[in-house]
Ligand binder design. Structure first.
Ligand code: NAD
Length: 369
């Protein structure tokens, strides 16, 4: 794709700072790699609440539904803590995900050799790690009905949530898993709790059926608790982990920490493909980091790596995604680090200096090729 419409939603806290650096990267790709970006920019979260009285305006949502991809910074902050729940910054993001039916959440956990020492695991366990957690994002126990806290006729109180999955919801998620694995290391771990949950038995049946359509991909089933253990024991055994909303939430955070820093982790949330077009939202895994907002300390790389995912999954520009990821690898190997990933005693660089170093590296790489 040579032309792409992108909606930028910087959001709150460090969101605008990291999106600023991304804009420089997008400008570089348009000047040097011939991609014509049609960029629109709007508020989301707390910033949108302050401006429009709602964390996601109808106009913003309408644009979001039209564009090729959305790239977001982050939302939230203590100044909106007392706002009614449905108007809180996070509600804007949840509505956006639901309205666009972004059911497939991709969270790569890659550990660049230069950052292996930042992991809480031994370096040899994580150096070169490259796994992808695929989490179902729009169904399961976070959305199932009935739910609530209630008082029984005999006066006892209880709380309940409902884990429910339609066959189609599991099928479309695991199918994305097989398709991703086909372009990677050809292995899918389907993760559930078939030993104790009906939804787990059902999940396993459907993964097995869909897996037969992908004979080149190895499918293994694993219980979620074992998967948590294996992630910290031998994480490199995994390629793609396909799992439900709840287990994916927990396992992706666990995998995230293997890589060292929150400031490095990208994500993508993809919708169903309709007439060759797929809704997509790209965002860093980290939050709005109010403790460092406005100080020029934020690491912009998670957002920039999220844009690399956008190049790959929405714009079909794999070579450009590879180029951007190589530039990130190289600047880290040259010890250019923001405060979150700086080695003890080393001088960290600012958010904008990290962005500038990346542009220099992109220039060097493109001159060398
Ligand atoms: P956080 O991710 O914002 O911050 C956790 C810690 O990591 C902080 O010390 C922060 O300074 C550091 N950190 C995070 N991103 C960084 C970066 N790019 N560079 C350097 N350091 C970074 O999590 P939190 O403090 O639990 O949440 C703060 C706010 O963000 C809350 O309002 C929360 O609801 C919101 N949040 C939003 C999202 C999202 O927008 N998707 C995700 C998580 C949290």
């Amino acid at each position: 794709m040579n032309k792409a419409s992108i909606l930028l939603l910087p959001g709150d806290g460090i969101g605008p700072e990291v999106i600023n650096e991304l804009v420089k990267v997008m400008d570089w790709f348009s000047s040097n790699r011939g991609i014509e970006f049609d960029i629109s920019k709007d508020d989301l979260g707390g910033a949108a609440y302050d401006r429009y009285g709602t964390p996601l305006s109808d106009d913003t949502l309408a644009v979001a539904k039209e564009v090729d991809a959305i790239v977001m910074g982050s939302v939230g902050g203590p100044q909106w803590d007392n706002v009614e729940r449905h108007l809180r910054p996070e509600a804007g993001l949840l509505t956006l995900r639901k309205e666009l039916d972004l059911f497939a959440n991709l969270r790569p956990a890659t550990c660049m050799p230069a950052l292996a020492a930042a992991s809480s695991l031994k370096q040899d366990l994580v150096s070169g790690l490259d796994i992808l957690i695929l989490r179902e994002l729009t169904a399961g126990v976070y959305f199932g009905e009935p739910r609530g806290i209630e008082t029984m006729p005999d006066g006892r109180r209880r709380a309940l949530d409902t884990q429910v999955y339609f066959e189609s919801e599991i099928e479309r998620l695991v199918r994305v898993g097989f398709e991703l694995a086909a372009k990677r290391n050809k292995k899918v771990h389907s993760v559930e709790k078939a030993n104790v949950m009906e939804t787990g038995v059902f999940w396993r049946q459907i993964a097995t059926r869909v897996g037969k359509e992908y004979p080149d991909i190895t499918l293994e089933h694993m219980y979620a608790d074992n998967c948590a253990m294996q992630l910290v024991r031998q994480p490199k055994q995994f390629d793609v982990i396909a799992t439900d909303n709840l287990f994916g939430d927990i396992l992706s955070d666990c995998a995230a920490m293997l890589t060292g820093s929150l400031g490095m982790l990208p994500s993508a949330s993809l919708g169903a493909e309709v007439n060759g077009k797929r809704s997509a939202l790209y965002e860093p895994v980290h939050g709005s980091a109010p403790d460092i907002a406005g100080q020029g300390k934020a690491n912009p790389l998670a957002t920039i790596l999220s844009f690399a995912m956008c190049l790959r999954f929405s714009l079909n520009r794999n070579q450009d995604a590879d180029l951007l990821e190589s530039a990130v690898d190289n600047i880290l190997a040259n010890n250019i680090r923001t405060i979150d990933i700086a080695a003890t005693g080393a001088d960290p660089v600012s958010t904008s200096a990290m962005g500038a170093a990346l542009i220099d590296e992109l220039n060097s790489l493109s001159q060398a090729s």
